[in-house]
Design a protein around this ligand. Sequence first.
Ligand code: NAD
Length: 511
Amino acid sequence: MKASRKDSHRKSIFDETMEAFYRAAELIKLNPRVRLELEEPDFEHIFYITIETRDRLVPLAPEDEAHFKDLPASSSPAAEALEPLANGQFVLHRRALLKADITLREGVLRIPKRGLFRIEKGGPKKFKAYRIQYNQVRGPYKGGVRYHKDVSLDLFKALAADMTWKTAIADIPFGGAKGGVRIDPQAYSKEELERVTLRFIYKLKNLIGPFVDIPAPDVNTNPELMAIMMRQYTDGARTPHAMRGVVTGKDVRIGGSEGRAKATGQGTVYCLEEWARWRGVPLAGARVLVQGFGNVGSATAEILHGMGAKIVAVHDAFGCIHDENGLDIPALLAHAYNDPGNFRRTVAGFAAAKPISPAEFWELDADIAVPAALGGEITGPVAEKIKVKVVAEAANGPTTAEGNAVLRARKIDLIPDIICNAGGVTVSYYEWLQNLRMEHWTETEVNGRLERAIKSNYAIIRDVALDKPQKTAEHDSRPFAVGRETDMRTAAMVLALKRIEAHYLLEGFSQ
Ligand code: NAD
């Protein structure tokens, strides 16, 4: 263990995530040179991107409203040219001014039914961008692209390291990477986010590729942005069709895989099925808390609901809702995703449920908690009051080191993120394979492969944790046993490190 890490005043996110690495490395007496190779990323790319933003209408501060109380309302026949943003502002497209009747005073105007707004001039805006390429001994770097206002080098290093362990656990021939842009997506229009994406990939063009580094969606990125990334990367190439595997998570109509959209949630459910089988409890009727109702949280909720589980509460960035008898998930999906007025895609405002506070959410009586939002949510105090039997970490790093220790002390089972959410990257690998082979597999084929992959690797991790090595028709945990019991997170790291170490020990180190 590095002395400086242990002594540092406040641990970084990266240091916290690496604790499991050091625990597992000690346990298996990881080769010192391999440890050195894995302690830090291969590359840390940090760069800036600039885009032109449009003019905006920013809601006037309440204390300034009196000054404009007699300002007449303005009107425009092209009302749709005011594009609402999730932060309450509007993007002002030029066509809104055509044939409009506008009264402007000191840069302020009144919009009927919406109130007073100040016009803010658009112009060039600069954003910090990252791509961390952690390790590639097992295959091309692989990892998501996140757009969020709180991202940092520290966070991306942690997430890129996690991808390295995850691809090894999933036993797919990829390494680990992560990246993204420090931006608040709620403050920008779709068009502006597309421009950010184009600039991001333009700058990364020489650093990524189907056999170099393969981005995928993560928080606030989606199949539409993946399509733009693919186009930007392949634009002007002689054989663009041979490069479709440069990004995964694409729409199925343009080379994406069936099953990819729900793959991470599906993988979480396969882990939970294995957990339930081992514990001898049914998933049908199980009471579930889901935090996050984006790609992962909504898919997990939908699949579990379809299996008869009761999703008793959902908590997203804008609200928490609760129904003691289980939420109507198809109706909640329609509320969050098919209601054009709900542009924040939030569960808040769902009429068929009771709003509750985030504090109440974690204290609800339930069997399963699925954190599927951001990292660091299950802190020590949350872990103290949570009442579930198992925490299935669908998000990356949702449990802090303190939270982890409390869960262990309280004997609450844990399905660690690096296996729990490995379904996404596993199907990304199937997508990449289909692109290379120019094939298109059915959802049944994809899910059949995914189920075998997740369940067999989950079984290996559980055997390592319980120190019960065995060979069955589906899995062989004997090469990974450490000769004593350990926790699930350490066991998952043992599996990852042994698979990675084999490459260095058999292939040697680069000179
Ligand atoms: P997403 O952007 O689609 O959804 C994120 C959800 O979290 C939204 O519902 C948002 O409202 C909610 N959220 C944000 N901040 C919150 C807060 N403070 N409290 C409560 N809820 C909050 O993102 P996603 O793709 O579903 O990813 C969710 C997590 O899963 C992330 O940790 C991501 O790294 C991880 N993950 C995603 C994939 C994938 O395939 N998308 C794969 C592996 C891991």
